[in-house]
Design a protein around this ligand. Structure first.
Ligand code: NDP
Length: 465
């Protein structure tokens, strides 16, 4: 692999992208998810760089790939037996060209530097698409909240925030939740921040309603994803009414995706967790959804219990020997992957296409492998990439920040209306940008280019920093 033959800026746009990609691979060899996210964005940026030599001269692409700051730290805490436990904490402050760093915290045993860098990188473009002034960041820990007592979770959060608090601030870096970080964790993190810094500010989003949270924030990612899907269908004179839908996961995003699908007349058929999939041929109605919310948010139980409670439902346990996920082999019209990265492989995509899927809207971040994405684009189905389709969560976090700064709170209807308008605008940007750059209907290009331009132009304005 040669990277030093010619300086990248003197090459054609295609060669230049190859050279940048090779350098990124050499510099970040142990970060496959980051490389995957970069590859997808760079593929889209070929179209832009051919038209804008100024970005190459200023090395905007090389700079956007390098985090402004990476913070890694030790998180020691006592478990309930009095044993010392040690986890690793991270915050990636990726890009602040258009606003303070903003992005969630993930607590999951799989968390490592590469996963958080991919998420922080995606976040830069996503936040830009929301039209709100937010830079990109992401953080978290390899701590697993599953099976821990509330006291253990609290002690962990307090230790985590004891270090992280010196890097945060309402105008510097404002984290939110992600996998494994919900209302409970945000509460403990906020309490510790306030205690150490002696200030009550909007430094985290997803806060409780009594202490600075915004109505609709818990619902926002799922609702936003369904609003985005409705816009995609509208572009083909269609709607969600009567559509059979596959949803994966059973956490925050999945629950509110199901809720909004029901509100718009669709029929959700599936949900899952890391132990397996439930398929309910009668559909998950409001009553069953309320049961799932209680199971997951209060009892913190497993999805397999659903099939004991609702007899017509089938539970399919996770089988690592299987070459596909049975959830994506159920016949349906629309798919909403809402669990985690790379949950739809090329085999799953082939199954979905074979079964006549018309739309995939990504509630999760990068749930499709590069090969799966290519298959969807080739099949010309409606395909909404996560950085556009799931941007409703961070957009509403932006609205929470605005309410905190103004020291007031908006009604549920007002926040929901703004969220809806933002999702319509994001779809419009992606759709129009895809057309403008010669790839009509390709919302991957639309999202990547639409998100990139605002950040790149701001970086040009702000000089070499
Ligand atoms: P939650 O922790 O609330 O739920 C995650 C769900 O996905 C759970 O059902 C979990 O099952 C399942 N899951 C997680 N990891 C795996 C895995 N490795 N294999 C199988 N199942 C898994 O997280 P969220 O709903 O908040 O996040 C889901 C996705 O949406 C993530 O990709 C996140 O980055 C993205 N997202 C979230 C936003 C938000 O506002 N919350 C905003 C934008 C994107 P189990 O309980 O068994 O682990």
């Amino acid at each position: 692999m040669s990277t030093t033959v010619m300086p990248p800026e003197t090459r054609s746009s295609g060669d230049y992208i190859e050279a940048v990609m090779n350098t990124v691979k050499l510099k970040n060899p142990a970060e496959p998810e980051f490389l995957q996210a970069v590859q997808e964005v760079l593929d889209s940026l070929r179209l832009v760089l051919a038209r804008h030599p100024e970005y190459r001269t200023a090395k905007i692409v090389e700079r956007i790939l390098e985090p402004e700051r990476v913070i890694m730290f030790r998180v020691p805490w006592f478990d309930d037996q009095g044993n010392v436990q040690v986890n690793r904490g991270f915050r990636i402050e990726m890009n602040s060209a258009i606003g303070p760093y903003k992005g969630g915290l993930r607590f999951h045993p799989s968390v490592n530097l590469g996963i958080l860098k991919f998420l922080a990188f995606e976040q830069v473009f996503k936040n830009s698409l929301t039209t709100l002034p937010m830079g990109g960041g992401k953080g978290g820990s390899d701590f697993d909240p599953k099976g821990k007592s509330d006291n253990e979770v609290m002690r962990f959060c307090q230790s985590f925030m004891t270090e992280l608090c010196r890097h945060l601030g309402p105008d510097t870096d404002v984290p939110a939740g992600d996998i494994g970080v919900g209302g409970r964790e945000i509460g403990y993190l906020f309490g510790q921040y306030k205690r150490i810094r002696n200030e009550f500010t909007g430094v985290l989003t997803g806060k409780g309603l009594n202490w600075g949270g915004s109505l609709i924030r818990p619902e926002a990612t799922g609702y936003g994803c369904v609003y985005f899907a409705a816009e995609m269908l509208k572009s083909r004179q269609d709607s969600l009414e009567g559509k059979l839908c596959l949803v994966s996961g059973s956490g925050n995003v999945s629950q509110y995706t199901i809720e909004k699908l029901l509100a718009l007349g669709a029929k959700p058929l599936t949900a899952s967790d890391s132990n397996g999939v439930i398929y309910d041929p009668d559909g998950i109605d409001r009553e069953k959804l309320a049961w799932i919310m209680e199971l997951k948010n209060v009892r913190r139980g497993r999805m397999r219990e659903y099939a004991d409670k609702f007899k017509k439902a089938v539970f399919m346990p996770t089988d690592v020997k299987l070459d596909h996920n049975p959830l994506w082999n159920v016949k349906a019209d629309c798919a909403f992957p809402s669990a985690t990265q790379n949950e739809i492989t090329a085999t799953d995509a082939t199954n979905l296409i074979k079964n006549g899927i018309q739309l995939v809207a990504e509630g999760a971040n990068m749930p499709c492998t590069l090969e799966a994405t290519k298959l969807f684009l080739q099949a010309k189905i409606l395909y909404g990439p996560g950085k556009a389709a799931n941007a409703g969560g961070v957009a509403t976090s932006g609205l929470e920040m605005a309410q905190n700064s103004a020291r007031l709170s908006w009604t549920r209807e007002e926040v929901d209306d703004r969220l809806h308008k933002i999702m319509v605008a994001i779809h419009g940007t992606c759709f129009e940008t895809a057309e403008k750059y010669g790839t009509p209907g390709n919302l991957v290009n639309g999202a990547n280019i639409g998100g990139f331009l605002k950040v790149a132009n701001s970086m040009l304005d702000q000089g070499l920093v």
